[in-house]
Design a protein around this ligand. Sequence first.
Ligand code: NAD
Length: 254
Amino acid sequence: SLHGKTALVTGSTSGIGLGIALELAKAGANLLLNGFGDSEAALNAVRAHGGSVAYHPADMSKPEEIEAMMQFAVEQFGAVDILVNNAGIQYVAPVEEFPVKRWDAIIAINLSSAFHTTRLVLPAMRTRNWGRIINIASAHGLAASPGKSAYVAAKHGLIGLTKSVALETATTGITCNAICPGWVLTPLVQKQIDDRTVDGDSARARHELLAEKQPSLDFVTPAQLGALALFLCSDAADQVRGAAWNMDGGWLAQ
Ligand code: NAD
């Protein structure tokens, strides 16, 4: 049980982050939510599971806003025991046409934000000698696809950060791991389905997107990823350190 523990999940107003926040709340954790869009709906969904819930609107591309959020977490809950670095964005273009601003934003949100939250949360985790840092990477943290240079670079980098932090905390009660999802049907992926939809046939676009990469031909769900995150928070996962754990319908088995 996670009663008495506090989890911060970045980018938890939607998709995978919200799914993970819900599973951690069901297990009894207090939750600090973050992200853009409808924060009220996310707060209500998480609050329905009973624990204490708060929200901070930090833009994860801005280090000073991340610092303010970490400060807020301590003021609200005393400490962050579980950090889930999940906020992320996607943009698809060939590398020679990739807009420089998009590259910078993807590196900032999908990679550097995890460096900032981690460096800010670790001292207090060390003091309590317990912590869980879970980085939501991607199948694209372990394999590439064309058109996704920034995303692939950021996610490979996030797995590198995961391994380094796991080694620096190896003799402590703090673990750091990455989860590598395959396709999950969230707004981030719906946009890619919309971009490939021809003649309004979105079912076909969806099938083709899956068929290209994911042998199961089915989406991973946010709740399944939440269950894996919950396992990584358990005592049974004490010796899972520096792993990049895929849940991808067979994507990386190919
Ligand atoms: P999503 O678009 O549904 O959710 C992204 C979340 O991040 C939202 O809450 C959004 O508000 C937040 N966010 C975006 N930019 C932000 C910023 N600058 N500051 C703070 N919050 C910000 O997407 P998702 O599919 O749930 O993606 C979540 C994570 O999972 C991302 O890191 C993504 O790369 C990763 N991922 C997704 C898939 C997939 O198939 N959907 C697969 C592998 C990995």
